[in-house]
Design a protein around this ligand. Structure first.
Ligand code: SF4
Length: 388
């Protein structure tokens, strides 16, 4: 964070960051900070080589004001059903200064999506002074009083250090959901991947978010312990989540692009990646050990082998574990076809392997690329790199 708090005086226009959770696809994105203040996780390619910085509060306020101006203009342009002609939109866009267009496009997309939610970028908005965050949230609520959800990513290490009073003030000002990358509850795994937070800190942070009255979404990463720590990763992650009881548990299976440290670790022989079958076994163990919580499990990423492992605990547990058991009991060739069909976007459910038309296409992909039950995991690794 060296130099990150240096005063940046000149406003250089509306900004957006590189990523947001899939569930925030319809949200207005407001950038509070740039990049990640930690940036050391061994599996994460997102901010590599990018320097963290805080955006001055008044620059964030100017971004919000710009969107607010455009939203007001869009509302005036709309007919009684809120529809705007393409001609009017083109004329309005053409009349904007080039520097004002990013805010306009953000406003237009948000307007088209119903303007219900806002997501604060980038990786850890809660690192700014709580009083500044409260001011930004209040300004958002003043400009867009109809918004029902304001959300942010946050690191456990940061949240654990914020006082309960400050977290409550942040929640009262409108931040009502936080996404935390738990990844694992196992200290061995967290230390190995340099997550910068141990199990105790992760639990403290999660419990504090819940206590402040905000919704909590925790990301877990099947496969992150590799072969060495697969079992303890599953058990300790389940145990941490059992103590937190988050509203959402989001599954994001490990994928390893060439730009991250784990890639070099594999080459150096100090990390062994799980096969899909081993990852499924680990996921099954993890789910079986979730106990006494009412979280919603979400599998909303193409990196995940099972889109169907998605449901509410505790009532959905048997159905979700049943999906994995069924996969594990498939003959190797059928399992391979499911793996490939899922990763090329043909299948979304296990039963899709029984659809003759889809199956034919999956078989064609296997033939074209020479995929067999023996080499399927290597081929899948290559396919998954496209989605990271
Ligand atoms: S804290 Fe999040 S954004 Fe930062 S390096 Fe780790 S995973 Fe990536």
């Amino acid at each position: 964070m060296t130099g990150s708090r240096e005063k940046e005086k000149t406003y250089s226009g509306f900004e957006q960051g590189p990523i947001r959770p899939p569930s925030e696809a319809r949200s207005l994105l407001i950038r509070i900070t740039r990049n990640c203040p930690w940036n050391r996780c061994a599996f994460c390619p997102v901010y590599k080589g990018e320097k963290f910085s805080l955006r001055p509060k008044d620059h964030v306020i100017q971004d919000i004001d710009a969107v607010s101006r455009h939203v007001s203009a869009l509302r005036r342009m709309g007919n009684s059903q809120g529809q705007i002609s393409q001609e009017d939109l083109n004329a309005y866009a053409a009349a904007r200064d080039v520097s004002d267009r990013p805010a306009f496009y953000a406003a237009m997309n948000w307007f088209a999506c119903g303007m219900e939610s806002v997501f604060l970028l980038d990786a850890n908005s809660l690192i700014i002074k709580p009083a500044d965050l409260v001011d930004i949230l209040r300004h958002l609520k003043t400009c867009f009083p109809w918004v029902s959800r304001i959300t942010s990513y946050a690191r456990s290490h940061t949240v654990a250090r914020i006082s309960d009073d400050d977290l409550s003030a942040i929640a009262r000002s409108g931040l009502n959901r936080i996404h935390i990358g738990l990844e694992s509850g196992a200290d061995e795994v967290l230390a190995f991947v340099k997550k910068g937070a141990d199990k105790k800190t992760q639990i403290t942070a999660g419990q504090k978010v819940k206590k402040a009255g905000m919704e909590l979404s925790e990301y877990v990463m099947p496969g992150l312990g590799g072969k060495k720590w697969s079992r303890i990763h599953a058990l300790e992650t389940a145990d941490a989540l059992n103590q937190i009881d988050p509203d959402f548990i989001r599954i994001r299976t490990l994928a390893i692009p060439g730009s991250v440290r784990l890639y070099d670790d594999i080459a150096a022989g100090c990390f062994e990646k799980l096969t899909d079958v081993e990852t499924a076994e680990e996921l099954l163990l993890f789910l079986e050990n979730l106990d006494g919580i009412a979280s919603q499990i979400k599998s909303d990423h193409i990196l995940n082998l099972f889109e169907e492992v998605d449901g509410k605990l505790p009532e959905g547990k048997d159905r979700m574990t049943g999906v994995i058991r069924e996969f594990l009991s498939m003959p190797p060739r059928q399992r391979m076809l499911y793996q490939v069909g899922r990763r090329v976007g043909l299948f979304s459910r296990l039963k899709d392997v029984h659809d003759p038309a889809l199956l034919k296409r999956a078989e064609a992909v296997c033939r074209e690329y020479g995929i067999t039950p023996e080499n399927v995991d290597d081929m899948i690794t290559e396919l998954m790199k496209r989605f990271i």
